[in-house]
Write a protein that binds this ligand. Structure first.
Ligand code: PEP
Ligand code: MG
Length: 618
């Protein structure tokens, strides 16, 4: 019998597990549906579905000459309506800052120069006015973001916001903001940008289900830091679920139950209660060192995306921050003056009370593009203008960030790390600009620590191959497996047909990790890992055996990884690593890992689809 409701879709008749074919319209009345996807963020949630769609795709078409006057009138009408909308928002503004933002937006909407540019562009090609507005806004944003003037750079976010308001008005789309969610829901969407995840109301979203996505994309990473379960890569969840359906989400297995039966609901309610209990049990480890039974000590530190997380991570026993993804500050509100950055970084450094804080300079671009450049037609954004390449091409923006980090260093122990270094020249240029930033601070009598360590992220195979050269100019390495795996294996993890190939247990990946660690040790510097693999319990023993010194992960994963480390010997981990390195296929490595855990830690349940195949592939 064939049921064609999309990949991963199964249908059960009550609890008898008999699959039958029925017309879609009846499915909603009688059956519990089970979808399986990528177990992106573990955890269980039960609640009502909320379907969200915020596609602001701007159409593009030609306007016949005889309708051109009417098209310009549409623009004027939209401008008037948006201006009135902003006036009301100003009246409702609760703070002077909010009022200031809406006032600036109103000025922009009414700006004659902007109107003139729209008119001039319209009269060149006679394309629909929504398209013209989006193009004019993009041009303006590009100019602003490249400006050496900090005030002008900050206006980029405003231009994007204002143009979106006008386009929405022209398209008749009512704005619904995820920040306005009033009830607790399970959010269901086709895909969400990291900036949209940042914007939603964290208290109201119990879980997130996406048609698209992968375990290592940044929506997943953010969810993990908010402790919100997620199942991604469900392909058709937005079609399968109706608003208000009752849903159970199991982020650990990647299963989603739609209109669950009583038995399933009872079982999951029980698990939900146990989940809370085991979180409490593991946190008792927080003050114990991460040392193996034969005294190999490593450090377990946290990845954070937002400054406020720094205040939370101590309860999991984080010994510092191994990766602060500073780009989220830029994505969150587009405001990034030196003083605003200084405030955010200082908050993190102070919260860590002398423990190391590794601030990674912005990794913007790719899926984390600033709205101002998001629509740029890059054919391969992940191999394009992102991370250190972006920063080096905008030295004023980069130095503003470096000065803010330097100045925050007086509050504790700061380390600076550069993302996506692919060759020594990039590292040297970054260090040169850092030196300039230091000089600029000195000129203004702004103090900074003189013992700031500099780290290089190793996330491109070329960086591994030249690790001995990069090590000479670095105080530490941090391996970014999320990128390293995709670049080594040429796998787009968003692509459901190939993402199952992206495994840290692939021999090539293991060799690159080993080579990086060895190059670091040969140069007398330490080797950290801050990709998602570092927080995968199934990878812990292998990474210990390969010689990793520091594991940086979402803080909530620390207790389990620490539990593993404290119950194994480094000798047995080394033996595992040696066997893995002499294996000839990743399947063989996966078998080795499974056997090793069942011998050394038989009570441990391994839920990992990063390196093992414990999840159903969709
Ligand atoms: C990585 O690539 O593993 C990493 C930590 O960087 P990001 O996920 O932010 O790209
Ligand atoms: Mg990366």
């Amino acid at each position: 019998m064939h049921i064609d409701y999309g990949p991963g879709y199964r249908i059960y008749y009550k609890d008898t597990f008999t699959a039958i074919e029925i017309k879609p319209i009846w499915r909603y009345f009688f059956y519990m549906k089970i979808l399986s996807g990528i177990a992106a963020v573990p955890g269980i949630a039960i609640g009502k579905a909320f379907l969200y769609s915020e596609d602001l795709e701007t159409p593009r078409y030609i306007i016949p000459q005889e309708q051109s006057t009417e098209e310009m009138k549409r623009f004027i009408r939209a401008v008037e309506e948006v201006s009135a909308e902003l006036r009301i928002l100003r009246e409702k503004a609760k703070t002077r800052e909010q009022d200031g933002i809406f006032a600036a937006h109103q000025l922009m909407v009414e700006d004659q120069d902007f109107h003139y540019k729209v008119k001039a562009r319209f009269e060149t090609n006679y394309e629909n006015i929504e398209w013209v507005v989006s193009e004019v806004a993009r041009e303006l944003s590009r100019k602003l973001i490249e400006s050496p003037n900090e005030y002008l750079r900050e206006r980029t976010a405003d231009v994007v916001d204002v143009s979106r308001r006008i386009i929405r008005n022209l398209l008749g789309i009512k704005r619904f903001s995820l920040a306005d969610l009033q009830e607790e829901v399970i959010l269901v969407a086709r895909d969400l940008l990291p900036s949209e995840v940042l914007a939603f109301n964290k208290d109201k979203v119990k879980a997130l289900l996406l048609d698209a996505g992968s375990r290592t994309n940044h929506a997943a990473i953010l969810l993990r830091s908010f402790g919100i379960p997620g199942v991604f890569g469900l392909s058709s969840v937005t079609r399968e679920i109706t608003n208000g359906s009752l849903i159970i989400v199991d982020g650990g297995t990647g299963q989603v139950f739609i209109e669950p039966d009583n038995e399933t609901t009872r079982r999951y309610k029980e698990q939900l209660a146990n989940q809370e209990q085991s979180a409490v049990n593991l946190s008792v480890l927080k003050d114990f060192p991460a040392a193996t039974t034969d005294s190999r000590r490593v450090s377990l530190v946290a990845n954070i995306e937002l400054p406020e997380e720094a205040e939370e991570i101590a309860r999991y026993g984080a010994e510092g921050i191994g990766l602060y993804r500073s780009e989220f500050l830029f994505l969150q509100n587009g405001r990034n003056s030196e003083e605003e950055q200084l405030e955010a970084y200082s908050r993190v450094v102070k919260a860590m009370n002398g423990k190391p804080v590794t601030i990674r300079t912005v990794d913007l671009g790719g899926e984390k593009a600033l709205p101002a450049i998001a629509n740029e037609n890059e054919k391969n954004p992940l191999m394009g203008w992102r991370a250190i390449r972006f920063s080096l091409s905008l030295p004023d923006l980069f130095k503003t960030q470096l000065r803010a980090i330097l100045r925050a260093s007086i509050h504790g122990k700061v380390q600076i790390m550069f993302p996506m270094i692919s060759n020594i020249e990039e590292l040297e240029q970054a260090l040169f600009l850092l030196e300039e930033a230091r000089m600029e601070c000195r000129k203004k009598n702004q103090g900074f620590a003189d013992d700031i360590k500099i780290g290089t992220m190793i996330e491109i195979p070329s960086a591994v191959m030249t690790a001995d050269i990069l090590a000479k100019k670095s105080d530490f390495f941090s391996i970014g497996t999320n990128d390293l795996i995709q670049y080594t294996l040429a796998v787009d993890q968003e692509n459901e047909r190939v993402r199952h190939l992206a495994k840290g247990t692939q021999i090539a990946v293991l060799r690159l990790i080993k080579q990086t660690i060895d190059a670091a040790h040969a140069a007398g510097i330490h080797a950290a890992m801050c990709g998602e693999m570092a927080g995968d319990p199934a990878a812990a023993a292998l990474l210990l055996g390969l010689g990793l010194d520091e594991f940086s992960m979402n803080a909530s994963a620390i207790p389990q990884v620490k539990h593993i480390i404290r119950n194994v010997s480094i000798e047995s981990c080394k033996a595992l690593a040696e066997s893995a390195l002499t294996s000839t296929s990743h399947k063989q490595v996966q078998e080795l890992i499974r056997d090793w855990y069942s011998k050394h830690l038989p009570s441990l349940t391994l839920a990992s689809d990063m390196i093992l195949e414990t999840q159903a592939q969709t």
